[in-house]
Ligand binder design. Structure first.
Ligand code: NAP
Length: 335
C-alpha cells in the first residue's frame, strides 16, 4: 500500500488546515469527513471536495475505505474517540492534548498495541524545520549546558461557548496553548521534570484564563512558561545556555505560506540570525505519520512522549489549583 486514505472526525475550525495538509502530502488522500450533524458533514465535504460525508463519527469508523482517522474534536473527546478508532482498526492522528489523564494515555497505548495501529498526538510544530534545528543545536551543545527556557503562548479568546472555556471539556489555557512551551521544554531537555510549580488565574467555573508555570529537570535546567486567553497574540521562546542563547519569535504557529520564522543566536552580546527553513508544519505531521505507517518506523511524536506531556500537564494543573487554595498573600500578617 503506497497511499493512505484519511478521514476527519469533526469539521471544526482546525479541520481545514488538515484538509490542505493531506492534499499536499504525497502519500495521503482525504476520502471522508464525519460530523454529528449530516448537514454539517455534507456542507464541509462539498466545500472541500471530499468524496464521503458521514452523519456520525461511528459511521466513519465503520467505513472500510478509511485507513487513518484525524480526531479534531474538543479535548475531552480525544481519548475516547482515539480508542474507538483504534478498535475499528484505524491509525489515528489526534489533536493535542492527546488525553486529559495519564490513565487515558495508557488506555490509548493498550488499544494501539491490541490493534497493531499507531496513535499520534498532533503537535504540528514539533515537525517544523525550525523546531528540528533548535533542538539539534541545543542538544549538540552549541549553547553550552542549558540553564533556562522561557516560553509564552497566549491569545484573546472572545468566543462565548467555546469548548476551551468549558471545565467538563478539558478547557483552560494550559491544556490549549500552555502545552506548547511545556512540550518544547521537555523536547529540549530530553527528560521529564522532577518538580513543577504553578500559579493561575481561574475563572468562576475553575477554568484557567492565565497560567504561569515552571519545571525543574534532573540535569538542572529550569523551564518557565506562561499561557493565556486574556492577552493578545503572543508567542516567544528563549533558550538560554551557559555559552549562548536562542530567541524564537514564532516558535509554535508559523504561517504555512509566510516567510521562515525568525531565530536569533545571542553570543557575547552579539545577535546573529540563524537561518531555518520553513514548511507547512501540518503537512509535515501528516507526512511523518504516513511514513511511520508505510515504512514501519516510530513516529516523531510517540506515545511515551505524549504520556510525559499529559503527566506534566496534570501535575502543573494540580499545582496551580493547590496554590489557588493555599495562597499566602504578601500582606498576610502585616497588621
Ligand atoms: N494544532 C493546532 O494548530 C490546533 C489549532 C486549533 C485547535 N487545535 C485542537 O483541535 C481540536 C479542535 O479544535 P477546534 O478549534 O477545531 O474546535 P471546534 O471547532 O470548537 O470543534 C471541533 C468539532 O468538534 C465537534 N464536536 C463534537 N462534540 C462537540 C461538543 N460537545 N461541542 C462542540 N463541538 C463538538 C464539532 O463537530 P460536529 O458537531 O459537526 O460533529 C466541531 O466542529 C482541539 O482539541 C484543539 O486543541 C489544534
Amino acid at each position: 500500500m503506497e497511499r493512505l486514505r484519511w478521514g476527519i472526525l469533526g469539521p471544526g475550525r482546525i479541520a481545514p488546515r488538515l484538509v490542505r495538509a493531506i492534499a499536499a502530502s504525497g502519500r495521503a488522500d482525504l476520502v471522508a469527513v464525519a460530523s454529528r450533524d449530516p448537514g454539517r458533514a455534507g456542507a464541509f465535504a462539498e466545500r472541500h471536495a471530499i468524496g464521503r460525508a458521514h452523519g456520525s463519527y461511528e459511521a466513519l469508523l465503520a467505513d472500510p475505505d478509511v485507513d487513518v482517522v484525524y480526531v479534531a474534536l474538543p479535548n475531552h473527546l480525544h481519548a475516547p474517540w482515539t480508542v474507538r478508532a483504534l478498535e475499528a482498526g484505524k491509525h489515528v492522528l489526534c489533536e493535542k492534548p492527546l488525553a486529559l489523564s495519564v490513565e487515558e494515555v495508557d488506555a490509548i497505548a493498550a488499544a494501539a498495541d491490541r490493534a497493531g495501529r499507531l496513535a499520534v498526538e498532533a503537535f504540528m510544530y514539533l515537525h517544523h524545520p525550525q523546531t528540528l534545528a533548535v533542538v539539534g543545536m541545543a542538544r549538540s551543545g552549541a549553547l553550552g549546558p542549558l540553564e533556562i527556557i522561557d516560553g509564552s503562548f497566549s491569545f484573546t479568546l472572545a468566543h462565548p461557548g467555546d469548548p476551551r472555556l468549558e471545565p467538563a471539556m478539558g478547557g483552560g489555557s494550559l491544556w490549549d496553548v500552555g502545552c506548547y512551551p511545556v512540550t518544547l521544554a521537555r523536547r529540549l531537555a530530553a527528560e521529564e521534570p522532577v518538580a513543577v510549580q504553578a500559579l493561575a488565574r481561574f475563572d468562576e467555573r475553575g477554568v484557567d484564563r492565565t497560567f504561569a508555570g515552571q519545571m525543574l529537570f534532573p540535569g538542572g535546567l529550569i523551564a518557565r512558561f506562561d499561557s493565556g486567553f486574556a492577552a493578545p497574540d503572543r508567542q516567544r521562546v528563549e533558550i538560554v545556555g551557559r555559552d549562548a542563547s536562542l530567541v524564537l519569535d514564532a516558535p509554535f504557529l508559523v504561517a504555512p505560506d509566510g516567510p521562515a520564522p525568525s531565530v536569533t543566536l545571542v553570543r557575547d552580546g552579539i545577535a546573529t540570525p540563524v537561518p531555518v527553513g520553513s514548511t507547512d508544519q501540518y503537512r509535515a505531521e501528516v507526512d511523518d505519520l504516513c511514513a511511520a505507517i508505510l515504512e514501519g518506523r516510530a513516529p516523531r511524536v510517540d506515545l511515551a512522549f505524549s504520556r510525559g506531556t499529559i503527566a506534566t500537564l496534570v501535575a502543573l494543573d494540580g499545582a496551580a489549583r493547590a496554590a489557588a487554595r493555599d495562597t499566602t498573600r504578601p500582606d498576610d500578617g502585616g497588621g
